[in-house]
Structures are given as C-alpha cells and as structure tokens.
Design a protein around this ligand. Structure first.
Ligand SMILES: [Zn+2]
Ligand SMILES: [Zn+2]
Length: 377
C-alpha cells in the first residue's frame, strides 16, 4: 500500500518525525515589519491529519509585499515573528498521524491550497470555504497569512489541502497554481464562456494567467491593459489586443477595439484602486466586472451611475475554492503557459533581492527555489 506510510513507519531512507523535529531549517522570517530575516528555525512537525512538505519553489507576490510592509498588521499576520509565503510547490517529506488513506505518499510532488475552513459553517458547507464564517475557530487557517507560510525549507499542511502535481508540470510552474487557480475561480464566478470579449487590467502574474485562462474558457477577444514589456508578454501568451495606458485612455482603446460596445467581462488584476472605475467604464451594458487584486487597505472610487444605469455586475473574487484541480490540468495540458512568467529565480538567501525585483517591477514573479542542505533532506 503506497501512500500510507505512517509517521511511525517511514519508508526506508525517509526521515523520521523525531529526526526532522530535532533539525533546523532556513526560513525567511518576518521579525519586524519592513524586513525579512533569514533564520535557522525548527522544522515544523505535522500534527494529526497533517503532512510535512519539503518546499521546492515559492513565489513572492504583491500581497506578500503588503504583509511585509505591515498593511494588514494584527490580522495578516496576527503576531510576529511570522513566516510568509503562499504560492508554492513542494514534495511530501513525512506523513503525520491519521493521514493513511489520504492517497498521499512520501515523495509526491504537491501544491497546497491556503484556505482551510472550519468545515461546519454555512459557507464551508456550501463549498465556499474561502469565505468561512468562523475564522476564529481552530479549523480555519489561511496559510501564509494567519498560519505559517512556505518561505522556508519545510512547511506543514493538512493533507486535505494538498493536490498532486503531474510530471509534466515543473516545480517552478507548479508554484503558479495558486495564482492561476484564483483566475479559474474568477472566470467561473463571472460566468465567462465561449465567444466572450474580455479586458484584463494589470499584466502582472495574475493578469497574464487570467488572460490565458479566459482564452481557455472560450474568450475570443482579450484586451490587456498595462504598460511596457509586460504587454509584449501579454501578446505572447494570447492577448488579442493590448492597450498601453501611458499612451492614451485605456477605456477609449477598449471601446474602439469592441466597436464602441465595451467588453463582456473586465477583470481587474491590478491591485490598484484607481483602476476599478476604468474597468467599469470599459464594460458593456449588462457586463461583468470582477476584482481580483487587493488594494492594501486603500479605497476605490466607484462610478455609481454606470453601475446602476448599465446594470453592471460587480464581483469580488477571493482565493480559489475548488479550483486547484482545473488549474493543474490547464498547466499539464499546455493550455496555460508559464515560460515567460518564471524567468526570475532566486535562492532563499537572496530573498531581499527577490522582493526588491518585485517592488521595482523587474520581475513578473520572483520565485525562490530551495537548495537543500545535506543534513535536512
Ligand atoms: Zn499571492
Ligand atoms: Zn467555515
């Protein structure tokens, strides 16, 4: 019976719980807001229903920047010190107690959902565990935000939050599943279907995945709004049109690309509150505007008249409930490409450089790849 090695009976050559628990690992720790510090900390131990993963790759995103800067202090994280990191792939190193029958085995490559709900509230029971109503209860966790993240050599997760990654998807590409699954959830929530016209605002990683998922969902026209080299990447990845907002009003450009009508769906992936009004003005009558990016506590101005007069659907999109399997398939099948998105790789010791590359927009997605010490693997 593969996949059922209990913590007490590891496969030959695998580390025991005791051995790992005595060991230390490298982790990028948020000791104080504004700076991550590389530290040696104990390898976490999997509790009942949990699995210890060796982290293979971990991306850094705008939300991480905001968490590190202290934009959500007191909530994300609830207290310091804290390990961030929620866009990652790993390999199972140790199965904790009670994970027999999970279908997971030591050595499986996996990705992890960050939300685990309480399981019992009305939202969890409806499958919307990203909106769990009992966020103060023990079952609820938002890893990398309220519970320890994966910017470290090892991370512990509940077995139910893990999804296996097929061999066609590389470790680094798998670290994009988290963001890609968010765009799958966005497409589903918006009801995106065949023949649709779409505008994607913000060609960061999220937008560059969103445009591909929109194409895969049947959109025939995708207009990406941004600036600079990222618009070239957008075209490479299947955007049919681009609008450079430094060269002119993007709403005018979108209107003209759609015969004056506006797009069926606008996805705001920018994380910039000033973009929401543009996205709403770019949508056709009865169109849908979905907001994926967090604004770091800032407020967006909403043009109320078009909202009412054009009966726009305005949607918030949070996390990726039930969307990981679809995203893994999109990557494995080649429908979503990651080559241009994974060109900035850093070892963990260079985490500060990786963050500044993100801040300065030099890297679409800096990804930390883990070099493992002999004694910890
Ligand atoms: Zn993120
Ligand atoms: Zn719940």
């Amino acid at each position: 019976m593969t996949g059922a090695a209990a913590a007490e009976q590891p496969a030959a050559g695998q580390p025991t719980a005791e051995r790992l628990a005595e060991q230390q690992m490298d982790a990028a720790v948020l000791l104080d807001f504004g700076e991550l510090t590389l530290q040696r900390v104990p390898v976490p131990r999997p509790g009942p229903g949990e699995v210890l993963c060796r982290v293979l790759a971990c991306g850094l995103c705008g939300t991480d920047l905001k968490i590190v800067a202290g934009a959500y202090r007191g909530t994300w994280p609830p207290a310091l010190p804290f390990i961030i990191g929620h866009e990652w792939s790993g390999e199972i190193a140790l199965l904790g107690p009670g994970t027999k029958g999970s279908g997971l085995a030591v050595g499986d490559r996996v990705v992890a959902e960050n939300h685990t709900g309480c399981g019992g509230c009305p939202m969890c029971r409806a499958g919307r565990y990203n909106l769990c109503e009992r966020v103060r209860e023990p079952g609820f966790k938002l890893y990398g935000h309220t519970a320890p993240g994966a910017l470290a050599e090892y991370a512990v997760r509940p077995a139910i939050a893990l999804h296996k990654v097929p061999s066609q998807v590389s470790d680094v590409a798998a670290a994009l599943v988290n963001q890609g699954a968010l765009t799958v959830h966005a497409a589903r929530r918006a009801g995106l279907g065949p023949g649709a016209s779409v505008a994607v605002f913000g060609p960061g990683l999220l937008g560059l995945l969103m445009l591909q998922v929109a194409r895969a969902a049947g959109a025939t026209q995708v207009i990406t709004v941004g600036r600079g080299k990222r618009l070239i990447a957008a075209r490479e990845l299947g955007s049919t049109d681009v609008a450079d907002y430094t060269a002119g009003d993007p709403v005018t450009a979108i209107r003209s690309a759609t015969g004056g009508r506006g797009v069926d769906y606008a996805f705001d992936c920018s994380g910039n509150p000033s973009v929401l009004g543009q996205a709403m003005r770019a949508a056709r009558r009865g169109g849908t505007v979905a907001v994926l990016g967090l604004a770091g506590g800032r407020t967006a101005e909403v043009p109320a008249d078009p909202l009412v007069l054009d009966e726009l659907n305005l949607l918030g999109v949070r996390s990726s409930p039930n969307a990981y399997p679809a995203m893994i398939e999109l990557l494995a099948s080649g429908a979503v490409r990651t080559g241009p998105l994974t060109r900035h790789l850093y070892p963990l010791r260079d985490v500060a450089a990786a963050f500044s590359a993100l801040e300065r927009r030099e890297a679409i997605r800096p990804i930390i790849t883990m070099g493992h010490r002999e004694d910890a693997s």
